[in-house]
Design a protein around this ligand. Sequence first.
Ligand SMILES: Nc1nc2c(c(=O)[nH]1)N[C@H]1C(S)=C(S)[C@@H](COP(=O)(O)O)O[C@H]1N2
Ligand SMILES: [Mo]
Length: 316
Amino acid sequence: MPAFRPPIIPASEITPKTAYLSRRGLMAAGAAGTLAAFLRPPAARAETLTTVPSAYKVEDKVTPRKDVTTYNNFYEFGLDKADPAALSGDFKPRPWTVAVDGMVAKPQTFDIDALIKAFPVEERIYRMRCVEAWSMVIPWDGFPLAALLDKVEPLGSAKFVAFETIVRPAEMPGQNSLFQSLPWPYVEGLRLDEARHPLTLLAVGLYGETLPNQNGAPIRLVVPWKYGFKGIKSIVRITLTDKQPMNTWQAANPQEYGFYANVNPAVDHPRWSQATERKIGEGGFFGASRHPTLPFNGYADQVASLYSGMDLKANF
Ligand SMILES: Nc1nc2c(c(=O)[nH]1)N[C@H]1C(S)=C(S)[C@@H](COP(=O)(O)O)O[C@H]1N2
Ligand SMILES: [Mo]
């Protein structure tokens, strides 16, 4: 996905000292034998979440936790898939607040732990399809974005929801690089009806524990019928607006990435096919076989009506 590759910064220059001193990191290195595992500090504040079951699950085999937490896109921590797990040990997801403002009757700033207590946290097993043509099946823990929006009472004039990731270059080496991979903060947006759709989740955990830093701690968006880049991580602000928000990947490369980004096997990326996908964590020595990608990532029955009458080829 990156338009260019910045020079490789030796990890020893940016990895926190705690990572080297971590016994758990050393033990993991012994087991996994990878450099990334050696560099990875203990997960920050992994806590068990109290969750309620939900009807939202898919038949597909769930991706192993190890793959969900070590194969990541989170450019604030670097461009390689192993970077976020290896380089996010200094990131502090507490204390944390999320401001919800803009066209709402009751703008509010929520403390993350108060938020987690305010709503029942549900387990939801969703497919995730990255625009790079790989996929996972992830057991998220979270609550519907609609529940949070209800608290702030969107005005009738609000038509879209804009999201913003934290900017913290001292803790996020990718924001601290001389070679800017993307403009910060990472931003995203949804139409209000998409944001209110029951599938749209604010995730605060996965596999029954608080979100690891590399997956977007302490709170990130999950929109399972859209390409993964819509799932903005480490959110600090949610703003209701009447204008379609710009999103980071569209701003970076409007030829290749749009606002809607609905998973669509019929619309190829300019540089590769979107007809099939590679399932992370699957496949042995000869690698994983390709699987057909489904319209709206398999959620067409629930969401296709949101786009009736829309030209899905033009609105990619
Ligand atoms: N702030 C921020 N959010 C982000 C990204 C990012 O680089 N920065 N990458 C996106 C992309 S491209 C994908 S595929 C998913 C990956 O989520 P995961 O690492 O939890 O699987 O996060 C999305 N959210
Ligand atoms: Mo992605």
